[in-house]
Design a protein around this ligand. Structure first.
Ligand code: SF4
Length: 257
């Protein structure tokens, strides 16, 4: 059972369903709508070209995913607010499918019109923030005070979380970031250990170990999640023990009391 508005999942497992009867679609699918972005973050691997997906093609995919049992779709990029028909797409997904719609964004383009148009057509927003204050400004090249103003408006669309890229530069700021997440009412803090792309970047072993230790003593109020690619060695919960691999975008971590 899945409620796309609250995100509540309930697995009823008294009766074991043969794997041949399992839904064929992944539980969650992420779609990079466009490669465009108006920022130049130091750790970014997006190609920053003007390539974008065809609107009707994405609509068809959403229909197929819905019919085949997918629970949620996440729109990202690049920066998805630069996709010209984002609102139309979110509206289609919420009105014509049963999919939950999530949006991953830097949040800096959310003006009043976009906020109003997306409200009710997105179920969860993930906002990228890899540090606070001067650290954010150095990484994202944007005034932190203006980011905070934007962050303050995201709640008018839907519940929101913070995405945090973890690497040897950002780990030292994770306490400040998670405290801010709690202060602004974030519902989730998503750890994204940096992955090497085309031979560049990637979290190193020392930082990975530091992250494991940080997670092991975390007692904050904001639930932690982690990307599957970076979950190795972290105390993740697997609600589907019969599956090989998590087959999901995010793994809910054990939250300290
Ligand atoms: S906001 Fe995201 S897509 Fe844009 S430059 Fe930064 S990391 Fe890349």
């Amino acid at each position: 059972m899945f409620n796309r508005t609250t995100g509540l999942n309930i697995l009823l497992d008294e009766i074991l369903v043969p794997s041949t009867l399992w839904d064929r679609a992944p539980r969650h699918v992420s779609i990079a709508l466009t490669n465009l972005c108006d920022l130049h973050c130091a750790h970014c691997f997006a190609p920053k070209s003007s390539d974008a997906l065809d609107f009707n093609q994405v609509k068809d995919w959403l229909g197929e995913l819905d019919i085949n049992g997918c629970l949620a779709v996440g729109f990202g990029g690049g920066e998805p607010t630069l996709y010209p028909r984002l609102v139309e797409l979110c509206r289609f997904a919420t009105q014509h499918t049963r999919l939950a719609v999530t949006l991953t964004t830097h949040a800096l383009n959310l003006d009043n019109q976009l906020l109003a148009d997306l409200s009710g057509n997105v179920h969860f927003v993930r906002v990228s923030m890899d540090g606070v204050g001067a650290t954010y400004e150095a990484l994202r090249g944007y005034p932190f005070s203006m980011f905070l103003d934007c962050l303050d408006t995201v709640r008018y669309i839907a519940p929101f979380g913070i995405n945090f890229i973890v690497n040897n530069h950002t780990l030292q700021y994770i306490d400040a970031a998670v405290k801010l997440a709690a202060d602004v009412g974030a519902a989730e803090f998503l750890l994204l250990p940096e992955q090497p792309v085309r031979g560049f970047g990637g979290i190193d072993e020392i930082t990975t170990e530091g992250l494991r230790q940080w997670v092991s003593i975390y007692k904050g109020p904001v639930p932690l999640t982690v990307s599957e690619a970076g979950a190795d060695g972290l105390p993740t919960c697997n609600p589907h023990p019969s599956e090989t691999g998590l087959l999901a975008l995010h793994t809910l971590m054990r939250q300290a009391a």
